[in-house]
Design a protein around this ligand. Structure first.
Ligand SMILES: O=P(O)(O)OC[C@H]1O[C@H](O[C@H]2O[C@H](CO)[C@@H](O)[C@H](O)[C@H]2O)[C@H](O)[C@@H](O)[C@@H]1O
Length: 384
């Protein structure tokens, strides 16, 4: 692949771009629907799909473009931001918040809607419960956040849904009374339950405390392939200063946050050179990370649906799922909640971003405030 030319590369596509029509969903959940607002189709990697749906052709350079455009610190963005006075940046953020109101200032709206309903809380990890840091191995959540999550989980069924391996995210969070889904939902440990659908790959197991659980791993057959790809990528990127490859069990992350931007084409090239040999893997993109994952019809949105069913909370009018996340992989969950008119997505972002979420929070600090407010509200209303 020559990233400077217009050669095409076989890659499976990322989720479809958000269509304008999605914004026209009118629902009782929707707090405000400013007229004329339009979703940008640039949220995901631009991957033109072939009608066969098996192998897509993509301009190799679009990987690099996507890496650059998704990076807020990218030169163009920096230049753009420099041109704007900080006051203007603030105005841009506040304008954006008209479309995605703060879940803190809209708290009353949310709790009014939640009255008489059971809230189910879904939390992403990186960038939501822990701040984004340079070293993925050091993305620790604060003790205050841990306490807040522990408390909220006493009142509402709470699940962590992360791109990381389930073991790793459990190690970071360290709380037992939660449900955990790792590998972008491809590794779920949930309560024991009989399902209406036949979920192959769902087995009975025990958790670290010896409790009976259901273990759902829809991509289990990919395990050897993922290990192989992980080893190839470790080897092929070892000379790129700052590149880091992470094995997330059912997916592999190639981090370029600490790679000099002039070497980003090499990162994209190396990833391409590996993935081209694995037509059953697809590429998605997160925050300064390229991720390779199995081509199965499963994502964080499906994981939310699965967990709701596991908890006996699906198809119930009196359930309000709330999903808090910062990443484009969280969009799948926001979309499930929005399209099913089922609950609220809350996007964590300090910069304007198009999203399927209803509300926003600026950073993990605000996430903690929101979680604490839920506990206070629940205690107050239970005492009445
Ligand atoms: O679904 P999440 O829990 O949000 O996990 C998504 C990815 O998060 C991690 O990477 C991101 O956070 C790192 C630590 O702050 C940061 O260094 C990196 O640049 C981010 O992309 C994690 O390392 C990945 O494996 C997850 O897929």
């Amino acid at each position: 692949m020559d990233l400077k030319s217009n050669h095409t590369a076989p890659v499976l596509g990322d989720p479809a771009p958000i269509s304008k029509s999605r914004l026209r969903v009118h629902s009782s959940l929707f707090p405000y629907s400013p007229p004329g607002a339009v979703f940008s189709p640039n949220l995901f990697l631009t991957v033109p799909r072939k009608k066969t749906g098996i192998l897509d052709d993509v301009r190799a350079s679009s990987w690099l473009d996507a890496m650059k455009s998704s990076s807020p610190s990218h030169k163009k963005t920096r230049e753009f931001n420099n041109e704007l006075a900080s006051a203007d940046t603030d105005v841009a953020y506040r304008t954006w918040m008209v479309k995605y109101p703060s879940a803190l200032t809209s708290f009353e709206h949310i709790t009014n809607f939640a009255k008489g309903k059971r809230i189910a809380l879904f939390l992403d990890y990186d960038g939501t419960l822990s701040p984004i840091v340079d070293n993925p191995d050091c993305a620790f959540m604060s003790n205050d956040m841990r306490t807040a999550v522990e408390k909220v989980a006493k009142y509402f069924p709470t699940a962590i849904i992360s791109g990381r391996s389930r073991d790793k995210v459990y190690e970071f969070v360290g709380l037992t009374d939660l449900y955990y889904a790792g590998s972008h939902g491809m590794d779920i440990m949930g309560p024991v339950r009989q399902f209406s659908d036949d979920h192959a790959n769902c087995i009975r197991s025990t958790d670290k405390q010896g409790k009976d659980v259901n273990l759902f791993q829809p991509a289990s057959e990919f395990l050897p392939m993922i290990d192989e790809v992980f080893n190839s990528l470790v080897n092929s990127t070892k000379e790129i200063k700052g590149a880091k490859v992470e094995n997330n069990k059912f997916c592999v992350s190639v981090h370029y946050r600490n790679v000099d931007e002039k070497n980003w084409p090499t990162v994209a090239q190396r990833v391409y050179d590996v993935i081209r040999n694995y037509p059953r893997l697809r590429l998605t993109q997160g925050r300064k990370v390229l991720e390779l994952r199995p081509v199965i019809n499963w994502d964080k949105g499906k994981a939310v649906t699965f967990l709701l069913e596991s908890l006996g909370l699906s198809n119930c009018d009196d359930v309000l799922p709330i999903y808090v996340g910062d990443d484009r992989t969280d969009e799948d969950a926001f979309k499930v909640l929005r399209e099913g008119n089922r609950g609220y997505g809350i996007l964590v972002s300090s910069v304007p971003k198009e999203s399927n979420a209803f509300f926003s929070l600026r950073d993990p600090q605000e996430v903690m405030e929101f979680i604490k407010s839920l506990v206070i509200w629940k205690k107050k209303t239970s005492a009445l």
